[in-house]
Design a binder for this molecule. Sequence first.
Ligand code: ADP
Ligand code: MG
Length: 346
Amino acid sequence: MNQEALLRVEKLNAFFKKEDGKIQALKDVSFQVNKGELLAIVGESGCGKSLTSLSIMGLTAKSCQVEAEYIDFQGENLLKISPARLRQLRGKELAMIFQEPLTSLNPLFTIGFQLTETICLHNPVNKKQAREIAVETLKKVEIPRPERILSEYPNALSGGMRQRVMIAMALVNKPSLLIADEPTTALDVTIQAQILFLMKHLMREYHTSIMFITHDLGVVAEMADRVMVMYAGQIVEEANVYDLFSRPLHPYTQGLMNSTIKIDQTDDLLATIPGTVPSLADMPEGCRFHPRCPLAKDECRRICPDLVETEPGRKVRCLQRGGEGSIRFRGSECPENMDKGGNDNG
Ligand SMILES: Nc1ncnc2c1ncn2[C@@H]1O[C@H](COP(=O)(O)OP(=O)(O)O)[C@@H](O)[C@H]1O
Ligand SMILES: [Mg+2]
């Protein structure tokens, strides 16, 4: 890849502590977000999308243990820096917005107070200047009469307005990376489209890269430069948006796409893949998708495939789709008749 990385995540693993040991929720998640790009992370509910972003932000639950070789953000390993430094980055360089803005807006304080506080904490400005920046930013997210909104409490705003305020809050310090976790899922379709358009526009204006989490492939097609598909705590496919939609390689990605086409927008888009995401406590042996996979063969029940680069910038984790239609045996357990033609860098 000739693109410059902003964030590089290497072998991210996450575990939840249980009474009888621990269960693994993320397994060897490695990827990067490049400067200026919008990387979408897609997958059904429970596949580890939120956990991936919370791990990067250092905001996982107490019961969660996060390990990685590194999470490198602009040359700093987020797992090694001090809590104070991490807080500093989170307010300025690294921002996150969530599905439900009320979880990140404090209902007890006015929008104006919360915005100006964020600005003052990270910039050498006085209250008056902070207020001006706040108004400017609210204008950018197309909030009408921003001066008036400053004195409102979050609960007084509509869902769409609250989400705009959240975006303003996230962008006010011009972060280099914005992690947006299903930022529009709670909104109706028209407002959703407006907010997505706005985010894409602001991304260019602020030179912010975005890691965009969604379960909606329509949104991915609209927004993303590159896409990472997650299933059961692992990355199963990675590609640029054009290649992914024109030639999805993983049977799971293909299933997601079929579902999107078949069902109208109000339904659960992912409902047509038979079965459900396995529970963490009961992961299938071999490929984690094999119980739901139309292509599953015997080997798929035994071997957990590696994520293999099939061409520059394209990766897939599937024994049946290691290359264009060809079968490659690559995984943690090798079958007797190893494919000779496979690329052997592992
Ligand atoms: N606090 C928690 N305690 C136990 N398990 C959790 C917790 N948070 C998430 N998980 C589990 O981790 C997995 C990944 O969850 P999550 O990242 O929220 O999925 P997604 O965002 O893709 O819907 C799920 O199986 C979920 O049940
Ligand atoms: Mg989630």
